[in-house]
Write a protein that binds this ligand. Structure first.
Ligand SMILES: Nc1ncnc2c1ncn2[C@@H]1O[C@H](COP(=O)(O)OP(=O)(O)OP(=O)(O)O)[C@@H](O)[C@H]1O
Length: 270
């Protein structure tokens, strides 16, 4: 069993259930006669305003964890808790509130928006229907966040294909933060971007989390970006949490052989 309770370094108080928690979550995928355990009894707690990294080789279960948090997939056993309550016990109204409170930013910046609509139309649609904002609130927040992200407001009236990858990714962040989420799930959110744009996007994301007291689950293959973005880190292998702790300690003085291999491989490749 992998059990970890994580809090920002120096945080004085800890809520046992945190804002988002995975309680003994197991996910087994069955295809024909084969079965594969993508998550194996994973327990971890994300505290308010905490930024945690999730690292591990391809296939270790990182994205499955994110899908569980978004309610796009259900645990075979165990529970996903938001503010101490099982997300799958929510009423329809509670579910709507949850979908506002937890937002996702992925690697595929094109996929975040309808290719046939302008960015403005996509964002307004999601935030008024799915997230329940009034049209005025959605528009005001969209326009001011666009400027905060260093984007020209005129770009809102373009379709996604008429934007650069970096611009689309910054709009993906704008879309995600308009509903004032309490948790952001970033799954390889900057890996498709070139290094100079990565830095800008990471800074904006970090700044947003700090000013809005928003927690962040940061899934990445990049150890330097994980070190920059997170207070704590969880190392996953074959669906199990093999190590966790303050990011600097885990990356500089790994306790588990697997973490050491990850760190060494990264240094070697760099
Ligand atoms: N729908 C599915 N059906 C069958 N197996 C699946 C399914 N989704 C994920 N898996 C398997 O579960 C394991 C974990 O996948 P997951 O996508 O969570 O890994 P990951 O750590 O995010 O990998 P990557 O870094 O490559 O994105 C993999 O072996 C994957 O093949």
């Amino acid at each position: 069993m992998s059990q970890t309770t994580l809090a920002p370094e120096g945080t004085a108080t800890r809520e046992p259930s945190g804002i988002l928690a995975f309680e003994n979550v197991t996910r087994v995928f069955r295809t024909g006669l084969e079965s594969h355990t993508a998550l194996d009894d994973v327990s971890l707690t994300l505290q308010e305003s905490q930024r945690i990294g999730i690292i591990g080789e391809s296939g270790s279960g990182k994205s499955t964890l994110v899908r569980m948090a978004l309610g796009l997939d259900r645990p075979t056993s165990g529970r996903v808790l938001y503010q101490g309550r099982d997300i799958h016990s929510f009423s329809q109204a509670e579910w709507l509130a949850y979908r506002r409170a937890i937002q996702w930013i992925g690697q595929d910046t094109g996929g975040a928006f309808n290719p046939r609509w302008t960015i403005r139309k996509s964002m307004m649609r999601v935030n008024t229907t799915l997230c329940g904002l009034t049209a005025k609130d959605a528009k005001d927040r969209m326009e001011s966040l666009t400027v905060q992200m260093g984007l020209d407001a005129a770009l809102l009236d373009r379709k996604p294909a008429a934007l650069s990858g970096g611009q689309r990714q910054r709009f993906a962040i704008v879309r995600a933060v308009i509903p004032e989420p309490k948790v952001l799930l970033a799954d390889e959110a900057v890996s498709a971007l070139d290094v100079s744009v990565q830095g800008t996007v990471l800074n904006l994301l970090k700044e947003y989390c700090d000013t809005a007291d928003c927690a962040l689950m940061f899934v990445s293959h990049g150890l330097p970006t994980t070190a920059f973005m997170t207070h704590d880190v969880v190392v996953m292998k074959n669906g199990v949490v093999v190590e966790h702790g303050p990011t600097r300690r885990v990356l500089e003085e790994p306790e588990h052989d697997y973490t050491r291999q990850l760190v060494d491989a990264y240094t070697y490749d760099a």
